[in-house]
Every structure is written in C-alpha cells, then in structure tokens.
Design a protein around this ligand. Structure first.
Ligand code: 1HE
Length: 263
C-alpha cells in the first residue's frame, strides 16, 4: 500500500532527539516518490526542532530500496528527475545542521543502503544484511550510492557487491568501515538513541562543523584542508557557548573522560 492516507514516515520528538520511522512494512519500506517527500518533511522538521535524529525501519527490515513497482512505469526523464530528488533529499540528511544516526536491521539493500550511507553513524543489529542488487534488477544505483557507498566502503568492494549481487553481514561491513556498531538483534534502535543523545549534548556549532567541514576537508588538498581546519576551529571557539564549556571544564564542573568499557 502507498495510498494517500498512510503515514509512510513516522516522526516523534523525544526530548532533544527526533525519532524517524520508515513505515511501509508491508512493502519492506520500499521507497516510492511519496516516500521520498515524506522523508523530506521529516528531515526538515528534525533539523528545525531536534539536536540529533535517529532513523529506523518499522517491521522486519530497515529498507528494501527503490519501489520497483513504481519505478518500472517511469519514462526516462522522470527517472532522472526522481534520482535527482533522492539526491537532494538525502543531502538534507547528510549536510544539514544535526547528526542523523541510522538503526539498521534486516534488509539494508539498494536505496536503503544509500539512505543509510547518507546518515552520519550506522548501527546494525545482527539480523542486518547489506546488498546492492541493482544489477540483478537491470538498473544502477540512483540514490547517491556511487558517491556515498563507494566512498564509505571503497569502490572495489562496492563493485564486487554490485557485480556479484552478494549480501554482506554486519560483521563484514564493520570491518569494511560501513557500520560503526554491531549490536545484538533488536538492540539497534536503543543504541542509536543513546548515541543520538550523546551527540545532542555537544555544542550545535561543533556538530555543524563536523557534518559540513569534515567531508569537505576530506576532498581538499592537504594544505587547503589544514588551513580550512584552522579557520573552522577558531570560529567555533569564538562562540559564547564554547567559552562557557571551556570554563566549565577548567573549573571542574564537567565529567572527565574515562576509558571505554571492554572490549
Ligand atoms: C517491494 C520491494 C521493492 C519488497 N519494491 N516492492 N530492491 C531490491 O531489489 C530488493 C527487493 N526485495 C527483496 O529482496 C525482499 O523483498 C526483501 C529481502 C527485502 C524482504 O523479503 P521478504 O520475504 O520479507 O518480503 P517479500 O515477500 O519479498 O516482499 C513483501 C512485499 O513487499 C511484496 O509485495 P506483495 O504485494 O507480494 O506482498 C514485495 O513485492 C514487496 N517489495 N521489496 C517494491 N524494492 C534510487 S535507485 C535505488 C535502486 C534500488 O534500490 S535497486 C534495489 C531494489
């Protein structure tokens, strides 16, 4: 079903964090045109009222990718425009003001993987499997995957996934750098919320710099990157919030860092 009455994307503000649910479980959260617009609405709302956000899939899977039933009817030019709209909306997640953390389980395939790649931290539970079955469907990635997934896990691994159609386990994906956390089945959403709450407690301008300066610096020459870093660093230090946070540390009003729990 993708009728006019269904809430394709749910949204809930829980304190400082927005919790966004992909909510078309009967079609494994396949992304139709209306679904992309619902993602746009949720991202816009989260960016204006939350300090971090979590995205998860309702049902047994995170997301089965592009809605193939809708796609097969599309004329060429509409397919190009559709892909460009995915790019624009996913960029709202990737290069906005607040961090987005994806909680993954079940299928994270095709456009579902492209969506996860546009988020800033990926948490996968042990039921997760990753796939890029575009070749099997006779199409190509169109939701930014050739840019984001390729940069995330490396072009050779992406090429392998696309040519062979193989699925990849969360443990393997963690080794490849495609996910940052692998947690027991059913624990991804809670872990993602904990991480979102931690990120939400940072200074908003620091988070903004992480989301918008880091990926740009990664594309620069070493010299340009180092110069840009100095400018961004000095700018963030100038805010009253930074000055207050620095004072809080020096006057021993903030908790000290401690070593991570094993392992
Ligand atoms: C769909 C879609 C979909 C399921 N578009 N309808 N993506 C794919 O190639 C993945 C295709 N899907 C699957 O491999 C499987 O559905 C899953 C592994 C995700 C889940 O399997 P399962 O057994 O739980 O569900 P199912 O029985 O296969 O699907 C349930 C229903 O969802 C069924 O419809 P129904 O009317 O028969 O109940 C499916 O047809 C429907 N469904 N996935 C439309 N993707 C911007 S470019 C991005 C390019 C891509 O993303 S290509 C990869 C597309």
């Amino acid at each position: 079903m993708d009728g006019t009455t269904q809430t394709l994307v749910t949204y809930e503000l829980q304190g400082d964090i927005a919790v966004i649910g992909l909510n078309r479980p009967e079609k494994r959260n396949a992304i139709s045109d209306r679904f992309v617009e619902a993602l746009h609405v949720a991202a816009t709302r989260a960016r204006s009222e939350a300090r971090a956000a979590v995205i998860y899939g309702v049902g047994d899977h995170f997301c089965a990718g592009l809605d193939l039933a809708e796609h097969k009817e599309k004329p060429l030019f509409e397919a190009i425009q559709g892909s460009r709209r995915w790019h624009a909306v996913f960029t709202e997640f990737e290069r906005g003001e607040i961090p987005f953390i994806s909680a993954l389980h079940g299928a994270v395939v095709g456009g579902g993987f492209e969506l996860a790649a546009a988020t800033h931290i990926r948490v996968a539970d042990e039921s997760t499997f990753f796939g890029l079955p575009e070749g099997q469907r006779g199409i190509f990635v169109g939701g930014g995957g050739s840019v984001r997934v390729g940069r995330l896990i490396g072009a050779a691994r992406m090429t392998d996934m696309m040519l062979t159609g193989r699925t990849v386990s969360p443990a393997q994906m963690e080794q490849w750098g495609g996910v940052s956390y692998v947690v027991p089945k059913g624990r991804a959403l809670e872990t993602a919320k904990e991480l979102a709450r931690a990120a939400a407690s940072n200074a908003p301008l620091s988070n903004y710099a992480v989301l918008n300066a880091l990926p740009r610096i990664a594309e620069m020459s070493v010299e340009d990157g180092l110069f840009t870093e100095s400018v961004v660093s000095a700018l963030t230090s100038e805010t009253p919030e930074a000055k207050q946070r620095l004072r809080d540390f020096l006057e021993k009003r903030t908790a000290r860092l401690k070593a991570p729990d094993a392992p």
